[in-house]
Design a protein around this ligand. Structure first.
Ligand SMILES: C[S@@+](CC[C@H](N)C(=O)[O-])C[C@H]1O[C@@H](n2cnc3c(N)ncnc32)[C@H](O)[C@@H]1O
Length: 235
């Protein structure tokens, strides 16, 4: 029998959550588009592309995807992502110096060991290529909320009364996350030889108010509930 993946059975709930939290989604989409930049003529790999929700807003002609959850991957395929493997990045062989951009949109937050997967990704990037990591930082208000929900086993706890957004991220997905700090990821990338970084962030407001209106992207990583690290491979 095939091993059950963390996102199996959550494809619809995942997309629905973003559709209901449409302004939060717009803020994250803005960050995603800003981090990717101009992708014309570039070869991209989306690691943990999920249902391809974000990819449905870009031209996917040259976007390949890796996704362990079959039901998520099938939706991504319909949205135009070229799925090269239904499996984990850890078990996927990647061609060396093949991609201009490799990105992990929210997927590092479901991986225990980051160094081997980032090392593999950097090797698969062309010289001057970019590894882009977008995530909810463990140290952000969202990170605290998910960890508190995970440790209490519910969002319906008196500690959280009055502090929760209307439609919080599904507890099962918050609980299966391995929330990493931004500094932790920077440290791993530095150990792998990266010296050139750019950072962008969004979701600066507290989670209770995040879905009131879309937010702009700003530089840095110390305030946002969704952060992009852009690491450039040396020429
Ligand atoms: C938060 S979702 C993000 C999905 C999509 N990138 C998006 O932004 O909508 C995290 C995704 O990472 C995938 N994932 C988890 N562990 C993975 C691994 N080891 N290798 C590749 N993908 C993984 C999950 O199946 C899930 O689809």
């Amino acid at each position: 029998m095939e091993k059950k993946q963390k996102f199996d059975g959550y494809a619809e709930q995942y997309d629905e959550w973003f559709m209901k939290n449409d302004r939060l989604f717009t803020s994250e989409l803005r960050l995603f588009l800003k981090a990717l930049g101009d992708i014309r003529g570039k070869k991209l790999l989306s690691v943990g592309c999920g249902s391809g929700l974000f990819e449905s807003y870009i031209d996917c002609t040259n976007v390949e995807g890796i996704e362990p959850s079959k039901d998520m991957g099938q939706i991504a395929e319909k949205r135009g992502v070229n799925i090269i493997r239904c499996g984990m990045i850890e078990e996927t062989e990647l061609q060396e110096e093949h991609y201009d951009i490799i990105y992990f949109n929210g997927s590092s937050s479901y991986m225990e060991e980051l160094k081997p997967v980032y090392e593999k990704s950097l090797a698969a990037l062309k010289k001057g290529g970019r590894l882009i990591l977008l995530d909810v930082p463990k140290e952000s208000a969202f990170g605290f909320m998910y960890l508190l929900g995970k440790s209490l086993g519910t969002y319906e706890h008196e500690y959280l009364k009055g502090a929760m957004p209307d439609l919080p991220y599904p507890l099962a997905l918050a609980s299966s996350g391995v929330w990493h700090t931004t500094e932790e990821k920077i440290e791993v990338l530095k150990e792998l030889g990266i010296g050139k970084f750019t950072f962008y962030q969004t979701l600066i407001r507290n989670p209770l108010y995040t879905n009131e209106e879309p937010e702009e992207v700003s530089e840095g990583y110390k305030s946002g509930g969704y952060v992009a690290i852009i690491a450039e491979k040396e020429m």
